[in-house]
Design a protein around this ligand. Sequence first.
Ligand SMILES: C[S@@+](CC[C@H](N)C(=O)[O-])C[C@H]1O[C@@H](n2cnc3c(N)ncnc32)[C@H](O)[C@@H]1O
Length: 219
Amino acid sequence: MVPASSLWQETRTFFPIFLDLVDVRQLKSVCVVGASDGKFVLPLARRGVHVLAVERNKTALDGGPVVLPGPTEATMRGLRQRLADEGLSGQVEIVEADILDLPDELDAVDAVWTSCSWHYSINHRRPLADFITAMKHLCRPHGGLFGAEYMMPVAPRHLACEHYPEEGEMRRFFPDWEIDWEAYTPPFREAPHVEQLHEHTHRMGLLIATHLQEGCNAD
Ligand SMILES: C[S@@+](CC[C@H](N)C(=O)[O-])C[C@H]1O[C@@H](n2cnc3c(N)ncnc32)[C@H](O)[C@@H]1O
């Protein structure tokens, strides 16, 4: 079995709010951190945006075996193949790397987006601030847009981990940015999906912020 859509297609997301701002502000370049097999990369590329796709998982990029709920063994198509299928490869620069070890020479983009990536245990070796700073560095200084949806604590082990921020905690990372959106879901039941093969509970937060011009305050 080779699913044609992203393996993450059915998981909930605030992404339409971010995409709306990309459209309204006519942003031309967006970095997706934790791009996986393209749930967010493809909609951006289809509307002509140049996308920088950062992903550390080789299978997500090149395709290969995965286990889906059932459990069912399947073959993942991978981001490169999904882009090629739609003739969008030229629109997307793929960087196979960890956001925490990115090469310095990457050009800044108009906007940066991530979805439920920094809570992965591989990122717990470094402070959450390092992940967020790496994303901010990719974002152009004046008017650059930062968007992140992230897992919030729903289990006791999450409360001891700063990579599951509570309500309002994200603001401390954005003292010189204008906050465009903050939103929080209540805890919700999510159907089984890749990497989480049983029904489970999530809670998600959203923060979207704009890098202010120098000397320009939000008030
Ligand atoms: C929840 S998955 C979902 C992908 C995407 N949110 C979607 O719905 O298509 C998060 C992705 O972030 C990637 N990721 C996590 N930490 C990363 C890091 N430090 N650098 C690059 N990618 C990372 C994972 O490999 C995974 O593919």
